[in-house]
Structures are given as structure tokens and as C-alpha cells.
Design a binder for this molecule. Structure first.
Ligand code: R5P
Length: 237
């Protein structure tokens, strides 16, 4: 039996391989959304390698300051929505992927807003995860992060906690310490006892004035590359 650390090393290796595979979808001349998080980091590394070794000519839009720094360090050219309002592809990680629907929970690292804007702009949205992220019901392991404006945040928090069938227990991200996003907003992590109507929940959160967006990504995924101990699976909705 493999030890925990050996399993983690193997999963990291498979995520790296899945990231390399995802990067083969990128072709010369493309505008590419660059995700955020430990899995997206492997993908940006693999893309940097293609830029350096093959002279691949692409333009990237990073979904966080961290990914922007990484991309710049690898000489990946950065673009913006003025020059590229539509992207050919975006590649990112996720916190949960619902089997079948391929609905996602994203944003536990706090990057959900830019990630969602980039995903919405991309013709193809590719997700890379390890198999521990696959769930039957959203919210099984991950809370839903909700990005809210700092001004009046207490009101939004109260309403998130009071929304009838969609009430949650909002907690301030990072164990009660203030977490400010790259956009200058705050994140509340919302724990729901169960999520049986993701679309209804999405709407009820977004209807609260002061909420900027949330980490449910519904109907956006083009495909998911799942890195498991036995290899890489490709899921499509
Ligand atoms: O804000 C963070 C992003 O949504 C990440 O893509 C997500 O949290 C997955 O991160 P990781 O690949 O590190 O598990």
C-alpha cells in the first residue's frame, strides 16, 4: 500500500501530466485564459515551456496577480480585454466538480471573480482536477465562496444567512481574518447543509445587493481532465 505522501506525489505528478495535456490544446495565435491555484500553476509552467522551447506565440489573460507574476516570469505575453474581448481557451483548476453536470465550485483561493470573467469570455473552458475533487453533490467538501463589497458587508452576510431555503452559515475567509481579493473586495465562505438546486442558489446569492459574484460555475465547463492514480480521464458534459 502506498503511503499518503507517495500518493500525494503521484497525484501531483498526474496533475502535472494533465496540465501538460491541456496545454497541447493551445495553438499559435491564441488568446488564453490563465487560471489560478496549484493546478493552474502546473499549466502555466507547461505553457511557459512551450513558449520557450517551441516559440509558441500566444497571449495570456491571468486570473490573479499571482498567475500574472508567474506568467511574466516565464515570458508569456500578457494581453487584456481591450485587445482580446474573447478568448480561444481558458484552463483552470477547481475545488469541486459535480459528476454528470460538470458544474463547479471555484474560488477557495479567492480568485473566483476574475476566473469567472475569463471563463465566460472563453470559447473553450478546460478544467484540470485530481479525482478527489469529483462529487455527486456540490458543497460536499467545499463551501461556496461569495465575493462582496467591503462597504456594507455585514448586511450581505446577514442576508446570506437568512435566505430561506438557501440560507448558509457565512464565515470570513481565512479563519476570521480579513481576506481582500485582487479586486479589493471581501470573501465570505458559505457552508450550505445541502445544495439540491444549484441554479436557484446561484440566483438567490447574486440577487443580494453588495454581492459581486460567487464560486458556483454552472454550465460553463467544456471539459474536465481528471488526474487519478490510474491515469487521466476526460469528462465532457
Ligand atoms: O481561487 C482559486 C481557484 O478557484 C482555484 O482554481 C481552485 O481553488 C483550485 O485550486 P487548486 O488547484 O490549488 O486546488
Amino acid at each position: 500500500m502506498l503511503q499518503d505522501s507517495a500518493i500525494q506525489d503521484r497525484v501531483a505528478q498526474l496533475k502535472r501530466e494533465a496540465a501538460r495535456h491541456a496545454v497541447t490544446y493551445i495553438e499559435d495565435g491564441m488568446a488564453v485564459g490563465l487560471g489560478t491555484g496549484s493546478t493552474a500553476k502546473f499549466m502555466i509552467d507547461a505553457l511557459g515551456e512551450r513558449v520557450a522551447k517551441e516559440g509558441l506565440r500566444i497571449r495570456g489573460i491571468p486570473t490573479s496577480e499571482a498567475s500574472a507574476e508567474q506568467a511574466k516570469g516565464l515570458n508569456i505575453p500578457i494581453t487584456d480585454f481591450a485587445a482580446d474581448p474573447f478568448l480561444d481557451i481558458a484552463i483552470d483548476g477547481a475545488d469541486e466538480v459535480q459528476r454528470g453536470s460538470l458544474y463547479l465550485v471555484k474560488g477557495l483561493g479567492g480568485a473566483l471573480l476574475r476566473e469567472k470573467i475569463v471563463a465566460a469570455s472563453a470559447r473553450r473552458f478546460v478544467i484540470i482536477v485530481d479525482e478527489s475533487k469529483l462529487v455527486d453533490d456540490l458543497g460536499t467538501h467545499a463551501p461556496i465562496p461569495v465575493e462582496i463589497t467591503p462597504w456594507g458587508w455585514e448586511r450581505a452576510a446577514k442576508l446570506l444567512g437568512d435566505t430561506g431555503a438557501h440560507a448558509c452559515k457565512p464565515r470570513m475567509k481565512r479563519d476570521g481574518n480579513l481576506f481582500i481579493t485582487d479586486n479589493g473586495n471581501m470573501i465570505l465562505d458559505c457552508h450550505y447543509p445541502s445544495i439540491d438546486d444549484p441554479r436557484g442558489l446561484s440566483q438567490s446569492i447574486i440577487d443580494i445587493t453588495g454581492v459581486v459574484d460567487h464560486g458556483l460555475f454552472l454550465g460553463m465547463t467544456s471539459e474536465v481532465l481528471v488526474a487519478g492514480l490510474h491515469g487521466i480521464d476526460r469528462l465532457v458534459p
